[in-house]
Design a protein around this ligand. Structure first.
Ligand code: ZN
Length: 275
């Protein structure tokens, strides 16, 4: 049984500031250790539940937050940037389930700790099929394409809420509650790790009853509202993108992998327009 684990960073218990999550800051070493322990808790839970192979994709910032020799469970590590499938690099139809670990809420959500949706300097709001979408819902487009169920989502309370519509049967583990964008009430890390491990084991155990695929109807629609009109203008260079308002574009497609790839292309393309 193969499990694919995509990990971010901001949804770890104890993390409330960029300085803890971005390389080059004194606090980063501690942040990285907290993250690694939560990822390992998910791996251990998956192993206990019966997973035989785990592939971890480090999907935060420079994507070198995890160290291969610090991962438990003989997990494979996908590390470094750039990756064509970005936060979902390495997923394909051979996997039995997807874990999202240490995810955070969308840029528009109230009291979402360290909220952003891929790029806080360009993206104001994203909607997938009309729902305000964070990285989790966008990444679910890839899981939907490969027909792999999302089994576990961990992070702050907002993240767990945001996963309800597209992963209703996933185990969802809240490790902290945001008070504002840079403050949260954190579970003790040992408690967070225990809950993540138990959630992972339950998620795998439930697989035998048949887990549901991401609930994303097709054709799917991705709507992106940017910070500036220039960004929307530039996004029109991507096939199938149409502009609905000065700062807003949409894409509709049955092919959810193509939608995700074009979203990633738009993120990379518009990066240079932030002043
Ligand atoms: Zn993120």
């Amino acid at each position: 049984m193969k499990i694919y684990l995509s990990t971010d960073f901001e949804g770890t218990s104890g993390i409330v500031a960029w300085e803890q999550a971005i390389e080059g800051n004194p606090e980063y070493a501690h942040g990285r250790a907290l993250l690694t322990a939560e990822v390992n808790a998910a791996i251990e839970g998956a192993r206990e539940g019966g997973a035989t192979e785990i592939v971890v994709n480090d999907a935060h910032h420079n994507m070198r937050n995890l160290r291969a020799d610090e991962l438990t469970g003989e997990a494979t590590l996908i590390s470094g940037r750039h990756k064509p499938l970005y936060m979902m690099e390495g997923l394909d139809g051979s996997f039995d389930g997807v874990f999202f670990v240490s995810y955070h809420g969308s840029i528009g959500a109230p009291a979402a700790i360290l909220s952003h949706t891929y790029n806080p300097h360009t993206i104001h709001t994203v909607r997938v099929n009309g729902h305000i979408a964070g990285e989790s819902a966008l990444n679910a487009l890839v899981a939907a394409h490969y027909k792999v169920p999302i089994l576990l989502v961990t992070g702050d309370g907002v993240t767990v809420e945001e996963a309800a519509w597209f992963a209703p049967s996933a185990e969802r583990v809240t490790v902290k509650e945001g008070i504002g964008r840079f403050a949260a009430r954190n579970l003790h890390p040992q408690v967070a790790r225990r809950l993540i491990g138990e959630g992972a084991a339950r998620a795998i155990a439930r697989l035998s009853d048949g887990a549901s695929l991401p609930a994303i109807e097709r054709p799917a629609r991705v709507e992106i509202e940017f910070l500036t009109a220039d960004m929307a203008e530039l996004a029109l260079a991507i096939a199938g993108v149409t502009r609905t308002e000065a700062r807003t574009v949409v894409m509709d497609d049955d092919d959810t992998l193509s939608l995700y790839k074009r979203f990633v292309a738009i993120i990379l393309l518009t990066r240079g327009l932030f002043d």
